[in-house]
Design a protein around this ligand. Structure first.
Ligand code: ADP
Ligand code: MG
Length: 569
């Protein structure tokens, strides 16, 4: 390690030289209160900004052990400090000055969820922050004066004002980490309570807009309130007594008139697999972590998935126990999405009529009369949802305003009325016995097989042009993997672009280290998850990247399954 004056000397020496001269500052420098590591210097002012880290020794940072020695707290502390660091960059850094990204100082920017990240990590010895700097240039010439200002003026201020325990508002910091810990505990309790989801009274479910995930504040906002019959009380270490609606395992139907808040409720449930920041409104909305949102996704690629529980006897004898398509239909894609989720261990399916294929969901009596079963390949979900639970223990929450036939198979019916839930189970059952559904049950007496598929590593090719590995993340929902574009738009539980970054790295990790032509996809993902649990997200890359956030294995598998070149043994 070199002294910080050494950095000053180098900068003085390279002033006005070509941009490549910046390479000389790669290395580590002792700033007394912290170490500055310049890991990677960008090739030119327009390229992705340079990657830096600071490491503050705990003896200076001063975090009490109870802020980071337990998993939930450690993750929440990293999240909190990332937010503070980001905010202070905005306050102390002058921003763009010069060509391209010159002068930018930036760190990963978390949204409403609290995710495990590599941006700020805390342990017994260090507080480490990883961030990005656009090394300043005029044209393509080094601007040492501006660089000096960043390294010796701005960064020290940001570090001092964000990473030291004593500089942070103690109550707010503890509130952040304790409420995250409560959420994790509550989520863990679901199973023993026999629930798949819990929504605390007082929660705010609607969002500001379709593109703004912050809570709705405009107009009249109705806070969540459980009907008495579904009300559950839980004790949490921090929040103490919490009341709310428990959704039991089994088949739950969410019904109600259009615009009464059904999808809003389901959307909150599907993101209840993550912790949320204080003030989000969904801090105490928690869901089975293995919940999978399922939707129709016509046009997607499907590779050798056994969709026979739902689809059989396709025209011209096309097989469905190893069904492949480069352009799946609404119903086959929805069937494949379910079967893939089951293969990866999903224990709760979340389905919304708004994004489902109608012919996949229901086939009523009259249609059964007109189109005889022998001519209809699809066994609708209504005939399988009960078996999924009784045979495989997989629950379903279903938003459906359009078909009362489902009353027969639902264990609970929740009716949304003016944004508030009511327990309509009794009423629905009465109606179901008064007006018999005339439809015949289809699809046999058991659910059918869920396959375990073995991916072939050679079919996953990250090369493009002369580069052996060229993988780029394009926004939240696209990965350009080698020459193929993976479209993740239908993975609605993917919430952060840094998760997408980690997914891209995960695909490479799986291909290079775990896929051997023998292991199943489920097994591969379990092994990778174990590795991340033990050694953190850095297992995915040796490069100390600051923009990984933890994805669920359901989304990693979802991305692999959508890779258009994927071949299954
Ligand atoms: P549905 O799926 O029943 O048709 P949505 O869930 O799409 O209805 O909700 C319709 C509209 O009502 C949305 O714009 C949503 O933001 C708003 N909304 C939902 N829940 C609430 C609530 N609790 N308070 C205020 N507005 C809400
Ligand atoms: Mg809706």
């Amino acid at each position: 390690m070199q002294g910080k004056d050494r950095l000053r000397d180098i900068l003085r020496r390279i002033d006005g030289r070509g941009y490549k001269a910046y390479k000389d500052i790669e290395g580590s420098f002792d700033f007394g209160e912290y170490i500055l590591l310049i890991d990677h210097v960008q090739g030119d002012p327009f390229a992705a900004p340079s990657r830096l880290r600071v490491k503050v020794p705990q003896r200076i940072a001063g975090y009490p052990a109870d802020t980071y020695t337990e998993g939930s707290r450690r993750i929440a502390l990293g999240d909190y400090l990332t937010r503070v660091f980001w905010e202070k960059c905005g306050r102390y850094c002058r921003g763009i000055r010069g060509t391209g990204k010159s002068g930018l100082v930036d760190i990963d920017h978390p949204g409403q969820e609290i995710l495990e990240r590599t941006s700020v990590m805390v342990d017994d010895t260090w507080v480490e922050a990883r961030f990005f700097v656009g090394l300043p240039a005029a044209g393509r010439r080094v601007l040492s004066r501006e660089a000096n200002q960043i390294f010796f003026g701005e960064i020290p201020q940001v570090v001092k004002d964000s990473l030291l325990f004593s500089r942070n508002p103690r109550d707010e910091l503890y509130h952040h980490i304790r409420s995250a810990q409560d959420q994790d505990l509550l989520r863990k309790k679901l199973d023993e309570l026999g629930l798949v989801a819990f929504l605390a009274n007082g929660s705010i479910l609607p969002r500001a807009s379709g593109v703004d995930d912050r809570p709705l504040t405009k107009g009249k906002v109705v806070a969540f309130c459980s009907p008495l019959s579904l009300k559950i009380e839980v004790q949490l270490p921090y929040r103490r007594k919490v009341e709310g609606m428990g959704i039991p395992k089994g088949v739950t139907l969410i019904v109600g008139g259009g615009y009464h808040g059904k999808s809003t409720l389901l959307n909150a449930i599907q993101l209840g697999v993550y912790n949320h920041i204080p003030g989000d409104g969904r801090e105490l909305v928690v869901t089975d972590p293995r919940a999978a949102k399922i939707r129709a996704e016509d046009g997607r690629r499907v590779e050798k998935v056994n969709i026979s529980p739902f689809i059989n006897n396709l025209p011209f004898g096309k097989k469905t126990d190893r069904f492949s398509s480069d352009d799946a239909s609404g119903s086959t894609s929805q069937a494949a999405n379910i079967m893939e989720a089951l293969e990866l261990g999903a224990t709760l399916l979340l389905i919304d009529e708004d994004t489902s294929a109608t012919n996949f969901m229901i086939r009523d009596h009259r249609m059964q009369e007109l189109v005889v079963k022998a001519k209809e390949p699809i066994t609708p979900f209504i005939d399988k949802v009960g078996q999924l639970f009784s045979e495989r223990g997989v629950s379903t929450i279903l938003v459906l305003g359009g078909s009362g036939d489902y009353f027969d198979v639902a264990h609970k019916v929740v009716m949304m009325e003016n944004y508030l839930p009511r327990d309509a189970t009794q009423k629905a059952k009465e109606i179901a016995s008064k007006y018999r559904a005339e439809r015949k049950k289809e699809g046999g007496n058991t659910f059918g097989q869920v396959g375990q598929r073995v991916p072939l590593p050679d079919s996953i090719n990250p090369s493009r042009g002369r580069r052996e590995v060229k993988v780029d993340v394009k926004g939240l929902k696209h990965i350009l993997f080698g020459r193929s574009l993976i479209d993740l738009s239908s993975l609605e539980q993917l919430v952060d672009q840094s998760q997408t970054m980690a997914i891209a790295a995960s695909i490479l990790y799986c291909r290079n280290r775990l896929m051997d032509g023998k292991r199943s996809l489920g097994e591969i993902l379990r092994l990778m998850e174990r590795e991340i649990n033990e050694n953190g997200l850095d297992s995915l890359s040796p490069r100390h990247l600051g923009n990984y956030a933890r994805p669920r294995m359901l989304e990693v598998g979802g991305a692999i399954n959508r890779l258009r070149t994927l071949a299954i043994k």
